[in-house]
Write a protein that binds this ligand. Sequence first.
Ligand SMILES: NC(=O)c1ccc[n+]([C@@H]2O[C@H](COP(=O)([O-])OP(=O)(O)OC[C@H]3O[C@@H](n4cnc5c(N)ncnc54)[C@H](OP(=O)(O)O)[C@@H]3O)[C@@H](O)[C@H]2O)c1
Length: 228
Amino acid sequence: MPTVLITGANRGLGLEFVKQYADAGWLVHACCRDPAKAKALAKLTGAATILHELDVANARHVLGLARTLRSEAIDVLINNAGVYGGEAQTFGKLDGTSWDETLRINALGPLLVSQALVDHVARGGRKIIACVTSKMGSMADNTSGGAYVYRASKAALNAVGVSLARDLAAKGITVLLFHPGWVQTDMGGKSAPVKPKDSIAGMRRVIDAATAKDSGRFLNYDGGALSW
Ligand SMILES: NC(=O)c1ccc[n+]([C@@H]2O[C@H](COP(=O)([O-])OP(=O)(O)OC[C@H]3O[C@@H](n4cnc5c(N)ncnc54)[C@H](OP(=O)(O)O)[C@@H]3O)[C@@H](O)[C@H]2O)c1
């Protein structure tokens, strides 16, 4: 049975990743920062979908999860958890308060999780690390400015992902960076054009087909190449 580990699995894209991989017969390690409040996720848990407490910005949690999983293999690690970083992100309105936390969650979190679980992924058959980043982290795509904190955090995650791709190539690990689309979630809002089920189905298809030559690529959820 192939195994996937998903961060931020209690709602939005993370929850949809859990549903689709569980339906496809995978063993799912579903991680969220507050299991007591994860009602929708709790309904999906059972022998093949295991709930773990994980705040990706908390190094102690991350190391604890790696210890809990001991010698298990993870075929696909999905760094999905993320935050927007609050509304005070337009020039002239910035107060700087969300900068540290947003960069810690969106960029450092995926790096710490990948570092702690690298041996688990190396033991897996597929050896994939997928990071859910955003076109908002692209310089080429930035035609509208603003969103300083979120854009900087996803640009940092893109840099992290490319370094991971280089550093982990020798272990046979493929690192993918995904823009999931503008998706109907708490973060994306109700007017977003893409439904979670289509975004996740697309990313799963790309993950299934990925090979080592895709490592370090920045991809749309449908597999199209994106500019940095
Ligand atoms: N939706 C879009 O249009 C869109 C577009 C581009 C990129 N993305 C990216 O896609 C990913 C998923 O977003 P979404 O749309 O599903 O957003 P969402 O509905 O707001 O869900 C975010 C998830 O991340 C979790 N999370 C936040 N901080 C965390 C932390 N420190 N540790 C562990 N989990 C944490 C949240 O948990 P809590 O419930 O505990 O807060 C929640 O499960 C994010 O990385 C986001 O930046 C989304």
